[in-house]
Write a protein that binds this ligand. Structure first.
Ligand SMILES: [Zn+2]
Ligand SMILES: [Zn+2]
Length: 498
């Protein structure tokens, strides 16, 4: 299993250290900016003099060196990678044990594994190597932030911006570079986990693995199709044109489950798994029970789905306190067990249940184990989505993508005078067919049920998203019309509406 909580913890540390390394600098530059340019004089000579003074001040600041205590930073980062390594060790040990138990005994009644040899402290080399790289990344980002600030000042002066506008641009820059820091940190944590897992398993004599995704809505299609398949450690599958093991792709949260041969892949296990969860009922804790029954009622009021089927098969649960998704997402659907997990601390309860139930319909009820939203039956739906304004807006944002130093892709959104950075991976996630289908079900049911509470929740949710992200990921009612019609015809065929 991917160490989501450790990744989050590491990313928080990385961001904190980056910000600490530039906040002092920013403060000094901003106060010098105020000091040198007391009033925004229109006198050209005065501005030129102030500018010279300011640049002298900045170059002195540069000579003072950075604000990073490298050995302290090294110690902190090393501690984090050691924790991730310990996780990789525990998970590898646990899965090897499971693998061992599942093996058929040989004729002598014993089970044999290849040489298993899991050392306690990995390769401190690997930890050191990653630590060094990561200290370097923070230093590099810190330096490029300073370069950015100098550029902003030069440009601001030459184009005659006010001191306030220049100061504002410097402050915004921290936000943009903080987003970069977060991408880098998450990516490094994932890559290290994948790397440590690979080394441990290979050293233990494990020849290969079954590719495991987290099976949530954020899994990329290119990784989703690998789920359950066996690969040799010497022959990784091709993912988007590169040969990659789990964890090696950008922001990958997949895990290599130790395996001996093709026979350990899911194709050979699937019959055993089927029908295992059929007897589950909707069971929820009291505080989210209301939202669940409201969502089920709304579904039933619009679509003629056999409600006994919903109750019989779907299970809705509250995320446990140690669920790594707690606080990150309001809910998710696990197609393997047909369980929906909800974060009780999140608002917009009804829309969330409707959204997750839509994933269930998509994956399990309509798709029977595959995503129906990707099949031929949904072609008209996908076409309508692509023609919508909201989708086009997201496509345009994606066009602005740039590759940052670490090789990741990010996009910038300009809203008024602010710049926001979003990762292409996240955009791809919210633009994936199954996510669009789940969001469109929220809107579809909100229109057709005319349920006041749902309408209000969805409206607030839309507005908050636009305020935070700067663009729409739902639709206006008008923009949604063609999508609604395409859903109508899908549900008609299904016999769910007349
Ligand atoms: Zn992955
Ligand atoms: Zn979703």
């Amino acid at each position: 299993m991917f160490p989501l909580a450790l990744e989050k913890q590491y990313s928080a540390l990385f961001v904190r250290e980056f910000r600490a390394s530039v906040e002092g600098y920013n403060r000094e530059v901003l106060s010098a900016l105020k000091r040198e340019i007391k009033s925004d004089s229109l006198d050209v000579q005065m501005r030129a003099d102030s500018f010279t003074d300011l640049m002298i001040f900045i170059s002195r600041l540069r000579e003072k060196g950075d604000f990073i205590n490298a050995s302290e930073l090294h110690r902190k980062i090393k501690g984090q990678f050691s924790q991730i390594d310990a996780w990789a060790r525990d998970k590898t040990e646990a899965s090897i044990e499971k693998l061992f138990k599942s093996m058929q005994p040989k004729t002598d009644g014993k089970r044999y594994l290849p040489t298993v040899n899991i050392s306690k402290g990995l390769d401190s080399n690997l930890i050191d190597e990653y630590t060094k790289t990561n200290v370097g990344l923070i230093e590099k980002l810190s330096q490029s932030h300073r370069d950015d600030v100098e550029k902003i000042i030069k440009k601001g002066f030459s184009e005659g911006f006010s001191t306030n506008a220049i100061a504002g641009a410097i402050r915004d820059r921290i936000g943009v570079n903080t987003s970069k820091a977060r991408f880098w940190a998450n990516d490094q944590a994932g890559k290290f986990f994948g790397h440590a897992t690979r080394l441990r398993q290979k050293r233990a004599g494990i020849p290969g693995y079954v590719w495991r995704t987290l099976e949530d809505g954020r899994v990329r299609d290119s990784h989703g199709i690998l789920h359950g398949k066996f690969f040799n450690w010497d022959a990784p599958p091709s993912v988007g044109g590169h040969h990659l093991h789990p964890g090696e792709d950008y922001r990958c949260r997949c895990f290599a489950e130790p395996a001996l041969s093709e026979a350990d892949g899911d194709a050979n296990r699937i019959n055993k798994m089927r029908h295992k969860h059929i007897e589950k009922r909707i069971e929820v804790d009291n505080d989210i029970k209301k939202d669940v029954s409201k969502a089920v009622d709304i579904y039933k009021s619009v679509l003629n789905i056999d409600s006994s089927e919903i109750k019989q098969k779907l299970k809705v649960l509250k995320m446990k306190p140690d669920d790594p998704d707690l606080g990150l997402s309001s809910g998710y659907y696990d197609p393997k067990t047909q369980e929906i997990f909800l974060d009780p601390g999140k608002s917009f309860g009804i829309t969330t249940v409707i959204h997750e139930m839509a994933h269930w319909l998509d994956h399990t009820v309509l798709g029977k184990g595959m995503l129906a939203s990707k099949t031929k039956a949904f072609r008209k739906f996908r076409k309508a989505v692509k023609k919508s304004m909201a989708f086009k807006e997201m496509q345009n944002i994606k066009k602005s993508k740039i590759t940052v130093d670490s090789g990741e892709l990010i996009c910038f959104i300009y809203i008024k005078d602010k710049t926001k950075a979003v990762s292409v991976a996240w955009l791809d996630y919210i633009m994936a067919d199954e996510e669009i289908f789940a969001r469109s079900m929220e809107q579809y049911l909100s229109i057709l049920s005319a349920n006041k509470e749902l309408r209000k929740q969805l409206k607030t949710k839309k507005e908050e998203f636009v305020k935070r992200k700067g663009f729409n990921h739902y639709w206006t009612d008008e923009d949604f019309m063609a999508i609604k019609e395409s859903l109508d015809s899908i549900f008609k065929k299904q016999g769910w509406i007349k």
